[in-house]
Ligand binder design. Structure first.
Ligand code: 5AD
Ligand code: SF4
Length: 446
């Protein structure tokens, strides 16, 4: 470990600020909290003003092409800032950086970027900064893998009453459309004692809700179900969520643990991706439409008040009108509370990118709109049925549209707006539902 005194003195003397923008999933959002912790530790001050920050970090995502294009677009605006501010620096990190094609483009067309690092070496950021400042060289530090998991990184939490906790990193599933296994590496689980200690410390700190994170949480080490049982025993934690389970690994034991738990939220995000067995097969999802529906039935029978959400990809290569109808059929049979819907995006290096019969854009757009309408109808109907019901919600933040309104979530993950004073943020309250929209409810303090 380098001595960082010089770096820290420089940052503090100049009063340097940083701005971080995060793209993509919860995993990235959580990585950004770690980056914030590291930068705060070495003296940087956070700013929400991208225009005035001395140090700009983009934590990137490469799951879909759009996310990548956005980054290149944003970068284009930064170059001229260098001549105006001698301290100005730009760093790029995250999944996008783990791809050679991206690195080549950056070297060729965006060579003003100061530091590029990847998904495995976030904890090295202070050393990379120091080297950049001392030598004046541009730094590119991308690792191909990292076997060991680095524990105890500082982290700045966005909320003081809820927090994400990584339980595993990487993915071994190689769904044929997905770039994640190539940029996040093979599955690595954290030690159970490290996880339990972290959750205990969070609980001591006043955290009430935790979200366990992993690309495929139910293949956690020996048993995800037993990890959940251990976390259940930690006093102070009142709600446990997790993301993302893979349907193929959703065991009966896991269903039982959720059903019997007082803390595990009765909402499961269960990515289906497609309702067609034919497409699921080409996606390498390792379950059929019937397997998925059987699993959903089993879950619903064991946990009657469960809500389900999902991820769906429209326009996977070779998807026919019939395949798409199978997806609509699953959507109707399951009755999802909500879904993340994606237009298939070709990712170079994945098997699907070279598959025949890529679906044309117009057809995809039509299917996408039909899917969203179907999902919205189901959600609206469900939401309207909640009027008059009593819910316990955890109030999370001031609503963006109305300063007198706070938004919170039910155990089952439904967004509820309620008129309430700001000092109730972080508290559980009982509310009666008085109105419903497609994607949120309005409640009244009980
Ligand atoms: N195109 C579209 N959607 C994708 N996802 C992953 N890869 C792609 C891709 N190439 C979606 C999947 C996954 C979610 C995180 O992103 O639905 O569950
Ligand atoms: Fe990608 Fe499939 Fe792994 Fe999810 S399970 S990260 S979709 S490869």
């Amino acid at each position: 470990m380098q001595n960082l005194d010089k770096l820290e003195n420089y940052i503090r003397e100049e009063g340097l600020t940083y701005f971080i923008a995060t793209f993509g999933c919860q995993m990235n959002a959580h990585d950004s909290e770690k980056i914030e912790g590291i930068l705060t530790d070495i003296g940087y001050q956070k700013t929400d003003s991208e225009k005035t920050a001395d140090f700009i970090i983009y934590n990137t995502c490469c799951v879909r092409e759009n996310a990548e294009l956005k980054i290149f677009g944003k970068l284009g605006h930064l170059k001229s800032r260098k001549s105006k501010n001698p301290n100005f620096m730009v760093a790029l990190c995250g999944c996008m950086m783990q791809q050679d094609v991206v690195l080549n483009t950056l070297k060729k067309s965006y060579n003003f970027v100061d530091i590029i690092f990847g998904t495995y070496n976030i904890y090295k950021l202070p050393e990379l900064l120091q080297t950049r400042i001392e030598t004046g060289d541009k730094i590119i530090d991308i690792w191909e893998t990292h076997e060991e998991i680095v524990e105890d990184l500082p982290s700045i939490r966005k909320y003081n009453f809820k927090s994400c906790v990584n339980i595993m990193y990487g993915c071994n599933n190689f769904c044929t459309y997905c770039i994640v296994p190539y940029v996040r590496g093979r599955e690595r689980s954290r030690e159970i004692t490290d996880i339990i200690n972290q959750v205990q410390n969070l609980a001591n700190d006043g955290v009430k809700e935790i979200m366990l994170l992993g690309q495929n949480v139910n293949s956690y080490s020996n048993s995800f179900a037993s990890l959940l049982k251990s976390i259940e025993n930690i006093n102070g934690i009142e709600r446990i969520r997790f993301m993302t389970p893979h349907p193929k690994d959703f065991s009966d034991e896991l269903i039982e643990v959720i059903a019997n738990s007082k803390k595990i939220c009765k909402s499961i995000h269960l990515p289906v991706q497609s309702g067609s067995t034919n497409i699921l097969n080409k996606m390498n999802r390792v379950y059929t439409k019937e397997d998925y529906l059987t699993l959903v039935d089993k879950i619903k029978r064991a946990i009657p008040d469960i809500t389900l959400t999902t991820d769906i990809i429209v326009g996977f290569p070779g998807e026919t009108a019939e395949d798409f109808n199978e997806t609509l059929d699953v959507v109707k049979k399951v009755g999802y509370l909500s879904a993340f819907t994606f237009i298939y995006s070709k990712r170079t290096g994945t098997p699907a990118a070279t598959m025949k019969n890529q679906v044309d854009e117009d057809t995809i757009k039509k299917r996408f709109n039909t899917l969203v309408e179907t999902l919205d109808d189901i959600s609206a109907e469900f939401m309207h049925k909640q009027i008059g019901k009593l819910y316990k919600i955890l109030l999370e933040e001031v609503s963006k549209n109305d300063k007198q309104v706070l938004s919170g979530r039910t155990d089952s993950g439904i967004l509820v707006h309620v008129k309430a004073p700001e000092n109730l943020i972080g508290q559980f309250v009982d509310v009666t539902i008085i109105d419903a929209k497609t994607h949120y409810l309005t409640g009244q303090l009980y």
